[in-house]
Structure formats: C-alpha cells, structure tokens
Write a new protein. Structure first.
Length: 305
C-alpha cells in the first residue's frame, strides 16, 4: 500500500472522527484525532504487511512515531541463541536499546553489559514458564516457536507469553501465520494468599492460498481481548498454573471466535456470491426436491383415506 493511499485513508478516518466528536465524542486535539484514525486503520490492514504499513504511517505522520510504535502489535520475529542454538521470539518486552534477551541463557544479543534482567526468583519462574509453554505449544500448535519473558514491578511482576506458528512449508499447503501475544500483570494481595491477574491477549492471523483450481485467496486480521481474575495462591495453584489457565482459556475463546464468526462469515459471503454448482445443477436439484415433496405428500394423502 502506497503512502498516497494511506494518506487518503487517514484523512477519511480523521474526517469521520471529527464528525463523531461533534456528536458527543469530543476529540482533544488534532494529534489525538490523527492517532485514533491511524490505529483504527492499522486494525483493518493485513497483519503480514504491518511493518510496511506502520513505516508508511510514520512517514505520513512523524509526530506519531513513538505512540504508534508503542500501541501497534507487530508480527513476531524469530532469532537464534548463539550459545544453545535454540530459537526464540523478539518483542519490545525482551528488548533493551538495540539488543534482545534470550530466554534460554538470559544473555543479550548483541551483548549488553547493563541490560535489564529479572530477579533471581523471577528468572527461575521464567525458566519454568518457558518449559511449560513449550509443552502447551506442542500440544495445541504441533510446532512453532514460543518464548516467555518476565520482569519485576514495584508491587508484583509482569510477563509476556509469545507463540508463533508458520505454515506453508509443505507443497500445496496454504501460506499462513499465527502470532499470539499474551501480556499479563500480577499483583499479589497483602495476605499473600491471593493475587490479581490482568491479561491482555492479541492474536494476529493471516492465510494465503493460490491454486490453479480455486485461484488466490488472502484473509487476515488481528483481535485483542482483555480479562481480569483473582486466584488463590498455594502449592496446588502457584502463579504458573494460574497464568496457564487464563491463557489457555482466553486463547481457546479467541480461536473459536475466529473460526465461528470471522471464517464462518467469510464462508457465508463467498457462498452467497458464487456457488460451486452450476445453475443447471441447482435447478435440477430443486426440481428433484419438489418431486420428492409432492410424492411424499401424495402418499400421505392416500394413507389418510
């Protein structure tokens, strides 16, 4: 998508936002209106082109650069740990300056002497979480890459669980990618026996097919959901178990919504626009159904007599 097209779309959204402000949804200033329009636009653009769309928007509105980069979730990138040879995912939460921290070694690449790392206690939990979500990923995704990062907060801690699964390696298989970003904040209650969990989950999904028999098809989008819960803390329900329950439940709900609502609606629209059968076949089928119904009705009338 070119900058000119983006400019036209942003201007359109800014106009709509301005009209909404006149009817009660007041916009503080032009910068806020531009940011709202840009974020609204990014939610409607294909996620596989997110990096390019974001660069075009920043070129168009340079003063929104910091806000856009912090507010827009981008598809996850994969790196390889030089010491262990294992893959891990990159995001803002394991980044410090221009270096990224590996969940396997706790080292930054490129090396960074004073890079932020979790406390010893939290690092131990991070190692356990990476092992647990590796098993979760293999069970639900049958492959892919996952990474978990934790960091300390003043009154608790926070973390992010990342999952990426790409498709298209096998011949004839559709190209596609699933990216999950689960950001969770944990605040322990004063009694130490309960904790409050706030989970914000984002799923980015896109699929592409290009076959001679069916032609090309491109569908994709992103979805964000948020939930908060209180859990008891004990030996049977430590933080890792509570976090796992929340993420598993949230991701299952989001997958069901994608499958039933978005893909279901797409199938319905495509079915209404074009049928697989020809008009002659549909006519013959309708006539056959009519003949069967008349025959059944006639037989029922004779039985009544």
């Amino acid at each position: 998508m070119t900058v000119l097209v983006l400019m036209a779309l942003v201007n359109m959204y800014e106009t709509l936002a301005g009209e909404a402000g006149e009817t009660g949804k007041m916009v503080d200033n032009d910068a806020d209106r531009s940011l709202d329009a840009a974020l609204d636009l990014m939610r409607r653009l294909p996620p596989q082109g997110c990096e390019y769309h974001l660069a075009d928007l920043i070129t168009l509105k340079p003063h929104l650069c910091e806000d856009l980069l912090s507010a827009v979730d981008q598809p996850l990138k994969i790196a390889r740990d030089k010491d262990t040879g294992r893959e891990y995912l990159l995001c803002d939460y394991n980044r410090d300056e221009d270096s990224y921290r590996s969940p396997w070694t706790n080292h930054y690449d490129p090396p960074l002497e004073d890079g932020a790392v979790p406390s010893d206690k939290l690092r131990k939990l991070e190692i356990e979480a990476n092992a647990a979500f590796e098993a979760y990923r293999d069970m639900y995704f049958e492959g892919g890459v996952s990474s978990v990062y934790f960091w300390d907060l003043e009154y608790g801690f926070a973390g992010v669980v990342l999952i990426k699964k790409e498709s298209g390696c096998a011949q004839g298989a559709p190209n596609g990618c699933w990216d999950s970003i689960h950001v969770i904040e944990i605040l322990e209650k004063a009694n130490g026996r309960q904790a409050h969990y706030k989970l914000t989950s984002t799923v980015m999904l896109w699929l592409q097919t290009n076959r001679q028999t069916t032609g090309s098809m491109n569908v994709g989008g992103s979805m964000t959901r948020q939930t908060e819960q209180d859990f008891h803390l004990n030996d049977q329900n430590p933080h890792l178990v509570n976090i796992g329950k929340m993420i598993e439940e949230q991701e299952s709900k989001m997958r069901s919504t994608l499958n039933d609502v978005y893909f279901g609606k797409t199938r319905q629209i495509v079915g209404d626009l074009r049928t697989v059968e020809t008009s002659a076949e549909l006519k013959n089928r309708d006539e056959l159904v009519g003949d069967i119904m008349r025959a059944v009705a006639g037989k029922k009338g004779k039985d009544d007599i």
